[in-house]
Design a protein. Structure first.
Length: 261
């Protein structure tokens, strides 16, 4: 082998796997990868029984899509008795070199728990929140598909100035959708009632398995969407039932396709 060929072989690097946000099938595969990465690195917090992803998890999702945050500005809007900063972050698509999203955020030492924060920490949190907000604006459905709440943990920090205020946990309105075909998968997805207080929610492993099954080609897009909208409402038992029903539907449909062939 010539010296040139040797050098070429040494310098050749493996291709880095990435996803295209415009291709729904690829982003659903990203959701499975994301669920595993967030769980293994504990990039989430449990707030009142729901799991919210840290900004690092949102950044990982964005980086796999070739979308990186760029801080446009950090503005000091403090007053005599308050340290307050506003930040704006743009999202840059490395493939097209176009800005594909943006997020604004504010942080103040008047917020609960931040009374003794130094000025640099307030400015830094404003930037962190803006990064999470920017990603949320375009990637919330991917985080939802991964089995987590589509709100960055950093947005949950603010509980108001009143120390007696309840934690700022967002309430979700149930999505209104047309009825899906009456299949076993759709029936499993229709279990959208909120679990009673104290119930054990579906584990990250169960959610990951549901998403993996939903990526099977025999499951329709409508069925995928309906189940993903309700996945965070599943308790452990309901998640187990959904997994078994999905497996049966996939088996039945694959058998039907084989018979037709």
């Amino acid at each position: 082998m010539s010296q040139v060929n040797k050098e070429t072989k040494v310098e050749r690097k493996p291709k880095v796997e990435s996803y295209d946000i415009a291709k729904s099938d690829e982003t659903l595969h990203l959701a499975v990868d994301l669920a595993k990465f967030i769980k293994e690195n504990r990039l989430y917090q449990n707030i009142q029984g729901k799991e919210y992803v840290n900004v690092e998890g949102w950044q990982y999702a964005g980086s796999r899509l070739g979308i990186l945050p760029v801080v446009e500005h950090v503005v000091n809007i403090s007053t005599d008795d308050e340290i307050k900063y506003q930040a704006k972050v743009n999202l840059l698509d490395l493939r097209s070199q176009q800005v594909v999203g943006a997020g604004f955020a504010i942080c103040s030492n008047k917020e609960q728990g931040k009374k003794y924060y130094q000025e640099f920490a307030i400015a830094s949190m404003a930037q962190t929140r803006a990064i999470g907000k920017a990603y949320r604006n375009i990637l919330a459905w991917i985080i939802r598909a991964a089995g987590y709440e589509p709100t960055p943990v950093e947005e949950m920090d603010y509980a108001g100035n009143d120390s007696s205020a309840k934690p700022a946990v967002p309430t979700e309105k149930k999505a209104t959708m047309k009825a899906a075909p009456a299949t076993a998968a759709a029936e499993a997805a229709a279990a959208d009632a909120e679990p009673t207080p104290g119930v054990r929610y579906a584990s990250a492993k169960q959610k990951e398995e549901i998403i993996r099954l939903l990526n099977n080609p025999v499951i329709t897009r409508q069925e995928k969407t309906k189940m993903l909208l309700n996945i965070n409402r599943f308790d452990e038992e309901r998640a187990s039932q959904a997994i078994e029903k999905l497996k049966k539907v996939i088996e039945d449909r694959e058998d039907g396709q084989s018979a037709a062939a």
